[in-house]
Design a protein around this ligand. Structure first.
Ligand code: ACO
Ligand code: OAA
Length: 373
């Protein structure tokens, strides 16, 4: 007699601990998030996005000389190669900006003669290159969609201010630049989320860093992940005003729809990053005089908590914040990429340093063996 043990299947790998990481710690019990040991709220309050990028890649905050070196290298690589502009121009504007970004990043990799070099030095250099190029691609694409000419980068501005300058042709008020910087810091890293895990799977086959980032962009695009920040804005547009929030939500829940910007695979009592981003959104609401947006935000959140006890994730405040800054809704997820590329590339380097091919098993449920007639 044979005994068969059913394999345990964890759909969506929920609850599975797939490997160790020293990059960030997501703690749903204490509702906290640490990057290399530092609470993300402290980093968002006191650090530039470039300092956080260095921290994620190297494990420690940069010295003044290290930060100056990173800034110099990043600022020197902000201009897009003519081939990259030409490829972006060749993509119809009906294509989503995430498709444009995915394609352009792939070309940036193909144009890098050191792309196949997987030494740590080369991968840090490629990470800095992507840190510089992605904002330029995102800004270029939004401008061409609006029929606007390219704005050249300014090397006297940090990454956050320069991205805004390249997108809008001017540097907005400090309150706006600061809210944008905060969003980049909060979006930078979040352990084994779907896009980061994708980057690690690609790296585990000993593929190159650019391939891992291109695949991660594909994973981030979906509305269950990074695409939710864009989807939140579509929800706000559909609802229109605060007094319609409950009615809209009841209909959506009645149709068994997922409400974008709410819920999380790991956090079940609220996302550690939301209070910091909500505070930045509140400052933008004040700055732009858009209390109507804040009222809609609050009414929908309160109704969702009352009906389902499900709380907002980071995409909920980020969507309306990017809207107030003036970004097109379809540009929101590319902005997430501009931030998360730091976490992805840190994970690529960590995976490579202690690699094991990522290849789980499956339980076969198809037909028993059979034969052709
Ligand atoms: C930066 C980020 O990527 S954060 C995530 C951004 N994504 C979103 O905002 C999309 C909306 N949210 C969701 O779809 C989910 O909450 C996810 C995908 C993020 C997490 O999902 P999971 O961990 O797989 O939880 P799951 O989908 O099983 O939800 C558990 C229960 O809560 C419900 N639920 C969870 N999130 C939502 C939501 N946003 N709207 C309505 N119901 C929800 C589910 O329907 C399910 O209910 P059931 O047990 O009655 O079937
Ligand atoms: O951790 C996750 O599953 C999704 C998320 O919040 C992120 O990637 O920032």
């Amino acid at each position: 007699m044979t005994s068969t043990t059913e394999p345990e299947i964890r759909k969506g790998l929920a609850g599975v601990v797939a490997d160790t990481t020293a990059i960030s710690k997501v703690n749903p019990e204490s509702n906290s998030l640490l990057y290399r040991g530092y609470p993300v709220q402290e980093l968002a309050a006191r650090c530039s996005f470039e300092e956080v990028a260095w921290l994620l890649w190297h494990g420690e905050l940069p010295t003044p000389a290290e930060l100056a070196g990173l800034q110099e290298a990043e600022r020197a690589q902000r201009a897009l190669a003519p081939q990259v502009r030409a490829v972006v121009d060749a993509i119809p504007t009906a294509a989503h900006p995430m498709d444009v970004l995915r394609t352009a990043v792939s070309l940036v990799g193909a144009l890098d003669p050191t792309a196949a070099d997987s030494s740590r030095e080369a991968e840090v250099a490629a990470s800095v290159r992507l840190l510089a190029q992605i904002p330029a691609i995102v800004a270029y694409d939004q401008r061409r969609r609006r029929g606007q000419d390219v704005v050249e980068p300014r090397d006297d501005l940090d990454l956050a201010a320069n991205l805004l300058h390249m997108t809008f042709g001017e540097v907005p008020d400090d309150v706006v630049v600061d809210a944008f910087r905060v969003s980049l810091v909060l979006y930078a890293e979040h352990s084994f989320n779907a896009s980061t895990f994708t980057a690690r799977v690609v790296t585990s086959t000993l593929s190159d860093l650019y391939s891992a980032v291109v695949a991660a962009i594909g994973a981030l695009k979906g509305p269950l992940h990074g695409g939710a920040n864009e989807a939140v804005m579509h929800v706000f547009d559909q609802i229109g005003s605060a007094d319609r929030a409950e009615e809209w939500l009841d209909r959506a829940l009645g149709e068994k729809r997922k409400i974008m910007g709410f819920g999380h695979r790991v956090y079940k009592h609220g996302d550690s990053r939301v209070p910091t981003m909500k505070a930045a959104l509140d400052r933008l609401v004040e700055h732009y005089g858009r209390q109507d947006l804040a009222e809609l935000y609050d009414r929908l959140e309160a109704a969702m908590v009352a009906r389902k006890s499900i709380r907002p994730n980071l995409d909920y405040p980020s969507g309306p914040a990017y809207h107030l800054m003036g970004f097109d809704t379809a540009t929101f997820t590319p902005l997430f990429v501009a931030a998360r590329v730091t976490g992805w590339t840190a994970h690529v380097m960590e995976q490579r340093a202690a690699n094991s091919l990522i290849r789980p098993l499956s339980a076969y449920v198809g037909p028993e063996e059979r034969h052709l007639p």
